[in-house]
Design a protein around this ligand. Sequence first.
Ligand code: FEO
Ligand code: CA
Ligand code: CA
Ligand code: CA
Length: 599
Amino acid sequence: GGGGGAAGRGLAFDAIAPVDRLVDAFTVPQGFAWEPLVRWGDPLFKKSPAFDFAAQSPEAQAQQFGYNCDYLDIIADGNRRSGVLVTNHEYVNPGIMFTPTTDAAELRRRGDIYKMAQGMAVVELARKRDGGRWKYVQGGRRNRRITVETTFELTGPAAGSDLVKTKADRKGRHVKGTLGNCAGGTTPWGTVLSGEENFNGYFAWAADTAGQKRYQASASTSTSTGWETYDPRFDAHSADYVNEPNRFGWIVEIDPQDPKSTPRKHTAMGRMKHEGANVIVGRDGHVVAYMGDDERNDYLYKFVSKNRYDGRKGNSARKHNMRLLEEGDLFVAKFTGDSPAAEITGTGALPSDGAFDGSGTWIPLTRGGRSAVPGMSIDEVLVYTRLAADAVGATKMDRPEDVEPNPKTGKVYVALTNNSQRGTASALDEANPVTGNRYGHVIELTETRGQSGTTFGWSILLLCGDPATNANTYFAGFPADKVSPISCPDNVAFDSKGNLWISTDGAPSTIGYNDGLFLVPLEGAERGKVQQFLAVPREAETCGPVIHDRDGLVFVSVQHPGEDGAVGAQHSLFPDYGSTAKGAVPDAPRPSVVQVYRA
Ligand code: FEO
Ligand code: CA
Ligand code: CA
Ligand code: CA
């Protein structure tokens, strides 16, 4: 118990007890309640069919909320009465969407359903009659599904490059679809960025060049969606489509206010397994995007726009700002510790100066829109960004997930979810100080010459884990026996007071509890006091937290509930739990966006 006082009156709560990993329930603090805001299969357009688990079709799925919602934002209009929900649909779980089959025609039909179930969604919202909570609007003007078949425009220096040309797009300018959309961020001009993360698994490919190998370690001949068996662009063994994987792994930008707009992929921001991107406007007016490449021993990046943000109201300013991510320079982080290497023992025990901390530099990969890496062209730097970062000696990190600047302070919070290879494939260092890093950690990074500068200071804010069973957790100095156990930080968010909120993905298999959402005050006596706000059902991960503390509302995406079960042997029945109410599906788990409110 005790507090949440730092979150203010709007969201004061007593931390929940951790929830055992076998419990199939959505758990909130005393005094709060929850409801699904929109679920997999909910109809989005006027004539969309109602969800029918037993009679799924590509046509129906294209008009319904997609699968495995991840990044989430709830963007209110100026009137505060209406708004839009924007979410990513990262991937599908065939094993709990369908019963197993080997029938080729049925597999192909399912493949087309998977194409429509992934991507992104924009869903219009309205306040409920009680004035506070939101409901989704079927048939809303801005409702949109973006799928694996939606056309995207490539922008920036690598658009039109030979490295992104295919038989179907000889100019290298337009890509069909988006893949592996994980985290994201809403820009100051109201668009939404989404990271294309694990795109590699959707292709059969030879992976025989250094550039390809850096994104897909070994050759593959088949995929879980089966697209490569009938859609030639997913068979990258062929010369016609050898470059198709190069057209994924980007930051994409969509305008949720205009359902007819063409979404864009920004090559200036580099190609990697993008977790997401979060933008802040620096004091000099340049916009800076922070980005993680979520792979063991990969890197932390930032992008600095060439042009300056226009803060005026109106269409011409917005039009200008919408192009800021098309031109600019890309940097990768190098961390230097200030303690002797011998004091970084791999156990997580603090060095003698009492902190894992030090300084760092942002090493340019491009300068003035040209390559800053000897021996690589600008196209190569942007398409094979990992090779460029390898070449300049960036610091290999413990799987950088969400990286987000605190809008109150400009300090940047880096979620490093875990890294089984730390201390083996990559050496220990002060920024990644735990051998086999099982529980993950969070770095607080302070820019020392402005948001767009090239030097920073840093310290580890949290070394995650369960203090009851692990002696070397660290909570910014807060007593470890007074915090909630936390493991595998993934997404971060801030409330209106600048408190950090962290959602997790991986707690069940590391500390034995369901994943959840946690408040972490950053200032004052409660700095580092991790307090669990909610827990998601069995086998789900908690994503995309949105904290509207002034409204007393918290939103999360519940991704892949019950994913280790099967049809007929469900591990989760979230969120309908056997209900026979209209629209409910009693016998299948449904990834959903949940709204938590004061009861
Ligand atoms: Fe899709 Fe890095 O989590
Ligand atoms: Ca130190
Ligand atoms: Ca994630
Ligand atoms: Ca994750």
